[in-house]
Design a protein around this ligand. Sequence first.
Ligand code: 5GP
Ligand code: MN
Length: 320
Amino acid sequence: MNLFDICENVLKYDDFIIIPHINPDGDSVGSALSLCSLLRKLNKTAYIVNISENMPKNVDFLSLDGFVAPSDFEYKTAFCVDCADKMRLFDNEVFNKCETSFSIDHHVTNNEFALFSFVDSNASATGEVIHSMYKIFDILPDKNDAMYMFCSISSDTGNFKFSNTTSKTFKIAGELYDIYGEFSDITRAMYDEVTLNQLKANEYVLSNLKLVMDGKIAYSYVHYDYLEKNGLSFDEVEFLSSLPRQIKGVEVGMFIKIRKDEIKVSLRSNKYIDVSKIAASFGGGGHVRAAGVSFFDTSFEDVCNKLIKAIENEIKKRYE
Ligand code: 5GP
Ligand code: MN
């Protein structure tokens, strides 16, 4: 289904409940807010599921006031954003209770679980797709909408730095700038402003860093014990996910979060390895250069061994 068909069908439904993915990130929050605002501008009733306790730290300055669904809201239509799989929805129950479902996403691993699905894996962020919806409906984003979409796109492109950043991304950013104005306060809040303990986490993660395969693979971890001792949340060390791949010569970087009941791996690549494929082979997913996968009931060593082996195999293929 193309985006025009999605937009045409949106007009036929009402009472939307917007559902991002679990552990929402800047893209899912920014796209949920800008979509909610767009639906309201189309005279629809729309709210977002209650993500207020799960706001990602880098965009927690975005206010959810008036956007979170009141408990008695009788929603009818689910609108999923930035979520590749039904099992990864922030609220599966809400989705199941809806008569109709829409989904807008940009993950290459999206399995089109909604009745009306649109996936643009060339879009840097779901926020880019929402921007196209504003265009299709010929609705001009207001200042807040521009801020939401900027946060969404900036978040998934590492502030216009990753390989998913295209001329379209820059063009949209230019249009958003013309509406919002200077974004420097927002980018400082999203990337530069950290607490002293967050900054110190760099030291910890660097001390845990290991290089294998002649420096083509780098990985490090953060343990929940360390975070608890330093009053930090996993969310607050998210900015270190790309640190291992920063090293010159590294093709794949892994950042491993050791939670009490889960080992969560963030995979990042630089030039030629499709990490979404590797993540998918272990039940995860994501994008070509940034993907993730969770492991349960296993050890850190086991996770490292499995993943390193899989990555090594992929890298070796290139040299065969
Ligand atoms: P991150 O490493 O920052 O958690 O995630 C990188 C990308 O991979 C994001 O687009 C995220 O949605 C996706 N991703 C992370 N973990 C998983 C997972 O367990 N399953 C799937 N399907 N995608 C994931
Ligand atoms: Mn996204």
